[in-house]
Unconditional design. Sequence first.
Length: 141
Amino acid sequence: MSGMEFDRRKRPAAGLNMTPLIDMVFLLLIFFVLSSHFISEQGFKIKLPKAVRAQAQKNENIVVFVRSDGSIIVEGETISTDTLERKLARCLERSVSKTVVIKADEDVNLKLAVKIMDIAKAANAGGLVISTQVGDNEIIK
């Protein structure tokens, strides 16, 4: 043989093993999906009256929905005006803000809306808010 011989050993390929990285990404994805809380607000088909000047309120209030047919909904339960005061009183005991938000359809009779406001005050509501919308966005005023 000649004086110089080349060492032809197989050298390890330089690279990054992606399998552990992909495993960690999937574990993080599973963690975030399972630990996320998806909060959905109850909704009823109500066409709110429009207002030019309105201010957004916090969502920690008690919401009274009034449909155009006169039905009243509190915490997902349809109730009558006779039981509304007891229901609101129970809700106000648990509430921190003591504010009642009335989301009434724009076609609701004014007499019914005033009656609901009187009932809310009789149930010791600290504040009374009538929900309106500006344009297409619902705003509580």
